[in-house]
Design a protein around this ligand. Structure first.
Ligand code: NAD
Length: 394
């Protein structure tokens, strides 16, 4: 099957198996080119392992520190005439590469919010690993079926308290326009907290603790974002921000339990990057397009893999401990938040229009990275050749 990108709004409905594999190989090569991470993680559970920050964490642990990894993710396999979602192909490519390097890698595909998937993970740890020493919690999900109540919670990306008007960009069409988003209703806030807050992370950690599958000194980390004031109404102070506050609450609670055995749990605040999750947030893609231009010019631009390798190498391992901010969060968004970077973004923001989008922002870089998430535009891949979309998970 010849597979080409089919972009529909902020998603691409096709993915290229060989392109995804080549993209993953670029991430692996990046990690292998860095010095090995000393005293790094040895047995790692990654919840949300198939794309974005979770996949980058898994690759950093495996290829930076020789870790055994167990990945949990929710992707769609191929169907008649339709490729699988990128996380499916990414996971196959990662697993093949890890196993050829002599590393343990196993995958559990399904809903991480469910008791059934948690049980499968517990059984796999018992059978194969004994214990884990790092748990990465990196889910970005539009919905959660609560395992106790059966209620289906849907997350939304809305401001809280008042309507929010700002610029946004249709990244596919290149049109800059003003968008007004009405504030969330109280139940929408509660639903978003139920999906993207810390309740499920706590359920995972409690289940692992009760089973005895956490090694002494286990660390657990979940990811958050803060960003500049221009995005606060839709992010930090919006429904997703309230969910992230709940994730921080959970981090403190989990931390107090892990501490009793020499471990810790915390939040790492990461940089704004093009992922499937962030492309769905209004306003943020325009901010990212400007940010990329400024950070690339400053020589400080990083992608998911550079971010997660830096978190491991300079904050969690290699003899380091996290340098927490006043609220107890690790910060790898520090380069993004440097005043000279944010001042430059703020100078460009008011003047961006559809007409000057190409000149004033790195919309081209945004699009390139967006397509790469689906395995398109990756160097060395022949997109005119037949590709096999139907590949089983390994
Ligand atoms: P992503 O969409 O690339 O990855 C999400 C992962 O979660 C995928 O592996 C997916 O399969 C998995 N997943 C989703 N629902 C699931 C379910 N029900 N069961 C099992 N797996 C499921 O997202 P991302 O951008 O890497 O986000 C990961 C975390 O990082 C989120 O907490 C996000 O808020 C945070 N973060 C993202 C950014 C950014 O700019 N992208 C910045 C800072 C923090």
């Amino acid at each position: 099957m010849i597979i080409k990108p089919k972009v529909r709004g902020f998603v691409c409905v096709t993915a290229h198996p060989d392109g995804c594999a080549a993209h993953i190989q670029e991430w692996i090569d990046y990690v292998k080119a860095q010095s090995p991470i000393q005293s790094g993680p040895k047995k790692v559970l990654v919840i949300g392992s198939s794309t974005g920050y979770g996949l980058a964490s898994r690759i950093s642990a495996a290829f930076g520190s020789g870790a055994a990894t167990l990945g949990v993710f929710f992707d769609r396999p191929s169907e008649e005439g339709r490729p699988a979602t990128p996380g499916w192909y990414n996971t196959i490519a990662f697993t093949k590469a890890a196993r050829s390097a002599g590393l343990y890698a196993k995958n559990i595909m399904g809903d991480a919010f469910s008791d059934d998937i948690k049980r499968q993970v517990m059984e796999t740890i018992k059978a194969d690993l004994g214990q884990v020493d790092l748990v990465i919690y990196s889910l970005a999900s539009p919905r959660r079926t609560h395992p106790r109540t059966g209620a289906v919670h849907k997350s939304c990306l809305k401001p809280v308290g008042a309507a929010y008007t700002n610029k946004t960009v249709d990244t596919d069409k290149g049109i800059v326009s003003e968008i007004t988003i009405e504030p969330a209703a109280p139940e929408e806030i509660a639903d978003t907290v139920a999906v993207m807050g810390g309740d499920d992370w706590e359920l995972w950690m409690d289940a692992l603790t009760t089973a005895g599958w956490l090694a002494p000194g286990t660390q657990s980390v979940a990811y958050s974002y803060i960003g500049p004031e221009v995005t606060w109404a839709i992010y930090k102070n919006g429904t997703i921000g309230l969910a992230k506050n709940d994730l921080e609450r959970a981090a403190k609670s989990i931390d107090s339990k892990l501490k009793t055995n020499g471990g810790r749990a915390f939040i790492s605040v990461n940089k704004a990057l093009v992922t499937q999750a962030s492309s769905a947030i209004p306003v943020v893609p325009l901010y990212i397009s400007i940010l990329y231009k400024i950070m690339k010019a400053a020589g400080t631009h990083e992608g998911c893999i550079e971010q997660m390798h830096r978190l491991f190498a300079t904050q969690m391992y290699n003899g380091h401990t996290p340098k927490f901010d006043d609220a107890g969060r690790a910060r790898v968004d520090d380069w993004e938040m440097r005043p000279e970077i944010q001042d430059a973004v703020a100078r460009i923001w008011p003047s961006v229009t559809t007409e000057n989008l190409d000149a004033e922002t790195d919309i081209a870089g945004y699009r390139e990275e967006f397509l790469k998430l689906f395995g398109f535009g990756v160097k060395g891949v022949n997109y005119d050749a037949d590709a096999e979309p139907h590949v089983p998970l390994i």
